[in-house]
Ligand binder design. Sequence first.
Ligand code: F6R
Ligand code: MG
Ligand code: MG
Length: 363
Amino acid sequence: MSTITMSVIKADIGGWVGHSRIHPTLVDKAVEVLIEGREKGLLVDFHVTAAGDDLQLIMTHRRGDDNPDVHELAWKAFEAATQTAKELKLYGAGQDLLDDAFSGNVRGMGPGVAEMTFEERKSEPVIVFMADKTSAGAWNLPLYRMFADPFNTAGLVISPSMHKGFRFEVQDMKENKTITFDCPEELYDLLVFIGAPARYAIKRVFSRSTGEIAAVSSTERLSFIAGRYVGKDDPVLIVRAQSQFPAVGEILEPFAHPHLVEGWMRGSHNGPLMPVPVHRAHPTRFDGPPRVIALGFQLADGRLIGPVDMFDDPAYDEARRMANEIAEYLRRHGPFEPHRLPMDEMEYTTMPEVMKRLQDRWT
Ligand code: F6R
Ligand code: MG
Ligand code: MG
């Protein structure tokens, strides 16, 4: 057995056209930097991809979570790609690189991070989910279904290696505190919090039979990082599959239901999360609807054997059709809630200015 770290670090460093997708040259630039990192022995392997206007670096290495050299490499890849984004005058070039100088860790600087360190099993299937036009809490419902809902995950009932259940670590993204819940015993307490995904997000999930990490999400909220709204954080999620963890099909199953998430146009609307293959992860209708892609890998001593584009399957056609129907229904609400987000959740608002201008007209 060998210890491996999987780091998925992502940033929006410029869109083509508008906020709809990543220009292929940006992917090439990031790849160049990561090849250097692999040649120097820093990385074991990597894969670069894009979901909408977000660039994702999927990396494996032996240096553990929060490693300054790995984070610096990611930062350099984003900087190199930003350079090109600026040359091509792409939209919002460099927008998630909130600080000019790297200081040891990309957390809190704009990019989103999901990392886990574990002993690679005899066979290690992993799925990386990446979403655009939504925020970290978007994973709450699917993670609950994967690891706590027997109507989704048959293994919770009939697999001896999963029957003890899973432990959920939940982050209060506003207060920056965490709490853990042992499920199934504490399901109802868990749901009190994760049902409010704008504030509470599932950060990690652990097997209760073995204590091993099963899943980790990026829970950086750019809005809270910058002290003002600078963009929904378009989160990523890593999930280990099979044996003591849910099967690949149990992990993908929650996305057959396009649940409502916060984000979409101007980060200020509720919309259905549409599962798509990578070549369809280009939100255009009202800058959406929000998208999720899933790349599957088998690890082989840290090498990423893949990617397999998991939602490139007609079995998800119905979810996409349903997402379009929900999108159509919600759009007819225009600027009204619950399509538009509640006032303090909106990324864009004119409220303070309008309120101030009209303050004397209230009687
Ligand atoms: C949402 C998103 C887009 C933009 C919208 C306006 O996360 O990225 O919907 O918010 O296109 O963008 P600006 O203000 O840059 O013109
Ligand atoms: Mg953008
Ligand atoms: Mg985005």
